[in-house]
Design a binder for this molecule. Structure first.
Ligand code: SER
Length: 325
């Protein structure tokens, strides 16, 4: 977004793992009153509720989006509502409805009102077993086997269609697994990388639902927020891609993460009992080539495994000690 231009923003899925940290940053940049928290399943935290507007938005119900968009004269949408990979395998019908119809509704509402800009994320779930798993290229085979993954591929294509056909400025990245200490993720295959921190501090043991050598691309929340804000700020004329940027920061296996946490909590005991999520992890990349994001909008992550681990433990300890958890 051009700097110094105040936007009127609606964030869907704003109470989820990413939304709940994206909203405070967008409010810091645009003003509290200009960023609307779209609430559906999960109620907003006091932090979100007390700082600015919160409204009920069900992305599968276009009228509920339109009502809020028109009331607040929204010109920019961040569409963060989604059913993730493991949740989508439990309820593929709901995943289709939320991810596909939700995305279509958002695009239509934005198109009809000629909105300034829309952010709709994709995921590493867009890749599949035929995709090269090491240094996965920007342009590659996209044949995911999960409902989440296929809605993300279709979403990328639909967003590109809206850009080409209607000139709607839609942008998006393929998020890796996101690690954070404020709002837990839900229904993802990469969720172990968050759970292990809570369990390490609380019980000094953790049973991981992926095998110890399941390397996956991950990212710490501050980098995730930076990427989201930076892509939306980028100069449109510099972008050759729009809605499908590969995005990388750190790649590690459960064993490597456990070893890093053990540097701080030596007693931590981790066992491995892979479940149905293992097959999903096995179909995803280990490492990602994100040179298009680096070249077109200057993407650079800040956190490596050691820095992320230290910061996670420091902040979760504070939350445990102050009774927030
Ligand atoms: N974190 C997501 C999941 O595991 C990937 O986008 O489903």
């Amino acid at each position: 977004m051009p700097k110094n231009v105040m936007r009127r923003i609606l964030v869907t899925g704003a109470t989820g793992q990413i939304g709940s940290e994206l909203v405070p940053e967008l409010r810091r940049i645009n003003g509290d009153e200009n960023v609307i928290v779209g609430v559906h399943r999960r109620p907003p935290s006091d932090e979100l509720k007390d700082a600015g507007p919160c409204e009920k938005v069900d992305v599968t119900d276009r009228e509920s989006i339109e009502k809020v968009v028109d009331e607040y004269e929204i010109d920019t949408l961040y569409h963060m509502a989604a059913i993730l990979s493991a949740g989508g395998e439990k309820n593929p019908w709901l995943a289709w409805d939320v991810n596909m119809n939700g995305t279509y509704n958002i695009l239509e509402v934005a198109r009809e009102r000629s909105m300034a800009r829309v952010f709709i994320p994709s995921s590493i779930a867009a890749f599949g077993p035929e995709t090269p798993r090491d240094n996965t290229p920007q342009e590659t085979i996209l044949k995911p086997r999960t409902m989440y993954g296929l809605t993300k591929v279709a979403g990328e294509l639909l967003c590109n269609y809206y850009f080409e056909k209607f000139g709607l400025d839609v942008r998006g990245v393929r998020y890796p697994g996101i690690i954070s200490y404020k709002t837990p993720p839900g229904g993802g295959t990469t969720d172990y990388a968050v759970e292990i921190f809570y369990e390490a501090l609380k019980h000094k043991k953790y049973t991981c639902f992926l095998s110890e050598d399941s390397t996956l691309p991950m990212m710490y929340m501050p980098d995730c927020i930076k990427a989201t804000v930076d892509l939306m700020d980028a100069d449109l004329s510099k972008l050759k891609h729009h809605t499908d940027f590969n995005l990388a920061a750190i790649s590690f296996s459960p064993k490597e993460l456990a070893e890093e946490i053990k540097k701080h909590i030596p007693e931590l005991a981790v066992s491995y009992e892979p479940d149905s999520r293992q097959a999903i992890a096995d179909s995803w990349p280990k490492t990602i080539d994100d040179s298009a994001a680096r070249e077109e909008w200057g993407w650079r992550p800040s956190y490596d495994l050691a820095a992320m681990t230290e910061d996670m433990l420091k902040n979760l300890r504070i939350r445990y000690e102050t009774g927030q958890l």
